[in-house]
Design a binder for this molecule. Structure first.
Ligand SMILES: *Cc1c(COP(=O)(O)O)cnc(C)c1O
Length: 386
């Protein structure tokens, strides 16, 4: 079969499907000349806060900035400890370190790849100020348990939602395992609106991606929102009256205009991602050497990530590459093992083990059924012939 290369992510089909709307939106901004804090920024903030069901939405320059500003708006800084997962992109821990606090890593749950709530309490010290769960790959972390711990120990929660735009978590009835049809009828909440602050990224590859960098802070707290708004523009409420050491971290008007177009489609795109994941799971069901991800109701599959057992991950990845199929390892090195933190942390056995097993396969909303079947066929060939 003479297959063209299958990328890990193809943004083109989505762009093609909304091209006309995007061009009109971008043109309007160009004509208006209001490139910084133009009307689309405010409108996007209103629309996205409506969509998420949260009182305040503050658009910023990146997901990383959303985490940093979110932490500072919660009053977290020098000498504080923030509990988080070792198994994430470095921006998670980096944001904590950059505000002067110390990331305290807690090992993960092998089923969900997310922070294991049963291990959190043992890591709480008098310095602990907050918990930063990450909804990794688009799968909501165990928020009910995390909320209970935070409330018992008087800790803040800041959710890293960079990979989970559109994901909903249901804490009341079913611990997130019931079918989506049932969930929508009950009080499931969007990730980011459960803790004190949620931080989103609009990096182009994220589920809701801009055509450049972008991020968002959400909160239901008026004071937190006010500080975040100040920190976004050099710590000033009033121009030339700077009260805090802030940042220059605004979302470009052009990106806001693009995100307004894309926000209207996000549920249908996430639904399609779930369909892709469902088909992969079905087709891989009898492949014993692979563990497929759970299809929990709230999962929006930013990544479709399998566990490859028996030390075969790198070989399988190479086999797929030989068949022109891209796959990725998110993340090859857990945060605690990165050179920047060398020698500072003990071992987190589950995180280490999963780091050597995970393999993310191609996923995007428009990924075709025949392509998925081809990818799975090639995985099966590896096990038959290898
Ligand atoms: C992408 C990402 C970020 C950072 O977002 P940027 O917009 O790239 O700054 C933070 N945390 C996680 C888990 C991410 O995947």
């Amino acid at each position: 079969m003479n297959q063209t290369r299958i990328p890990i992510l193809d943004l083109k089909p989505q762009y093609e499907s909304i091209k006309d709307e995007i061009h009109i939106a971008v043109n309007n901004v160009l004509e208006s000349g209001q490139f910084i804090m133009g009307p689309d920024v405010k409108l996007f903030e209103q629309e996205v806060s409506n969509y998420l069901g949260v009182k305040h939405a503050i658009a910023v320059n990146s997901g990383t900035d959303a985490l940093v500003i979110g932490l500072r708006a919660l009053g977290i800084g020098l000498g504080d400890e923030v509990i988080t997962t070792p198994f994430s992109f470095f921006a998670t821990a980096e944001s904590i370190s950059n505000v002067g606090a110390k990331p305290i890593f807690v090992d993960i749950d092998p089923q969900t790849f997310n922070i294991n709530p049963e291990l959190i309490e043992a890591s709480i010290t008098p310095q602990t100020k907050a918990i930063m769960p990450v909804h990794l790959y688009g799968n909501p972390a165990a928020m009910a348990k995390i909320l209970a711990i935070a409330s018992k120990h008087n800790l803040k929660i800041i959710e890293d939602c960079a990979q989970s735009f559109g994901a909903k978590y249901c804490s009341t009835c079913c611990q997130n395992d019931c079918p989506e049809e049932i969930r929508s009828a009950i009080s499931a909440k969007h990730t980011g609106t459960i803790g004190n602050v949620g931080a989103y990224s609009f990096f182009p590859s994220k589920n809701l991606g801009a055509y450049g960098d972008g991020g968002l802070i959400v909160t239901n707290n008026d004071q937190t929102a006010e500080i975040a708004r100040m920190l976004r523009v050099h710590g000033a409420k009033k121009k030339y009256h700077n009260e805090l050491l802030g940042y220059n971290s605004r979302l470009d008007t052009i990106q806001a205009a693009i995100l307004r177009v894309k926000l209207k489609h996000i549920d249908s795109w996430n639904q399609k991602r779930r369909k892709v994941a469902q088909l992969y799971n079905q087709l891989l069901i009898d492949t014993q050497e692979i563990i497929t991800p759970t299809l929990a109701g709230g999962h929006v599959f930013h990544q479709y990530t399998i566990r490859v057992l028996d030390g075969k991950r790198d070989q399988l990845k190479q086999h797929l590459a030989d068949q022109s199929i891209s796959s990725m390892i998110y993340y090859p090195t857990p945060q605690d093992k990165l050179p920047v933190y060398q020698g500072q942390y003990p071992d987190y056995p589950v995180s280490n083990k999963l780091g050597s097993e995970v393999l993310s396969l191609p996923i995007w909303p428009e990924l075709r059924t025949d392509t998925i079947k081809y990818i799975v066929e090639q995985i099966k060939h590896y096990y038959i012939n290898g």
